[in-house]
Design a protein around this ligand. Structure first.
Ligand SMILES: [Zn+2]
Length: 217
């Protein structure tokens, strides 16, 4: 695997991750990532820096606080507009994000904020899935009814981001074993659970996460 780099003006750097070369031509390109410059982001949690990683139409964000320490604390958070920004009680995403930002503001590390809304079915489909849940389906059944897998998320770009930051070992804030399994190139030295108290609206959802999706709750 070869990493090719091209810098455009001073605004961003484009990385090509090339799988292999043949004699006559480049075989194929795995992914193209554009990387923004670093900006400061003071917040109510603390003072962070942010950097955007553009993967096709998806614009991910790394929110980080240095120094990272020997083994940085990392949270891989998938976008949930309703939970993260609107205070929805249907899931635990907003609370998990706040806890992660609080921890990272204190201890250093990063939140890798991935733009894969609704377990990567997108906002439009998530709202339709919620409507199905209003009629009694659970989160998995609703996704299947709409023609999606239980979980459509992927984490390849995370390995790219960690490599870019030259991070080989992490302490991962997660309850999701799928995330641990999918990160092959990084050494997860420790798992920090991120368990939130349930409420009357997300109790069933958290139960499904635990019983059918293997989350460690
Ligand atoms: Zn959510």
């Amino acid at each position: 695997m070869i990493l090719m780099r091209r810098v455009y003006r001073d605004y961003f750097t484009e990385y090509f991750l090339v799988n292999s070369f043949s004699i006559n031509s480049v075989d194929w390109i795995l992914m193209v990532i554009n990387i923004s410059n670093i900006a400061k982001m003071p917040s109510r949690f603390g003072n962070f820096k942010i950097q955007a990683f553009q993967e096709g139409i998806k614009e991910h964000l790394v929110i980080f606080k240095e120094p990272f320490g020997n083994i940085p604390l990392v949270r891989i958070h998938s976008e949930c507009l309703t939970g993260d920004a609107l205070g929805s009680l249907k899931c635990d995403c907003g609370e998990q994000l706040e806890l992660a930002l609080n921890n990272i503001a204190t201890l250093g590390g990063m939140v890798i904020y991935l733009r894969q809304e609704g377990r990567n079915i997108g906002l439009f489909n998530k709202v339709n899935a919620y409507a199905l849940q209003d009629n009694g389906l659970n989160t998995i059944e609703a996704n299947h009814r709409l023609g999606f897998e239980t979980d459509e998320r992927s984490y390849e770009v995370v390995e790219f981001i960690l490599e870019y930051f030259n991070i080989q070992k992490i302490r991962l804030l997660t309850n999701n074993p799928l995330k641990i399994e999918s990160l092959k190139k990084v050494d997860i030295v420790e798992r920090w659970p991120i368990v939130m108290p349930s409420n009357q609206y997300n109790k069933g959802y958290l139960q499904i996460k635990k019983e059918l999706m293997g989350h460690l709750l």
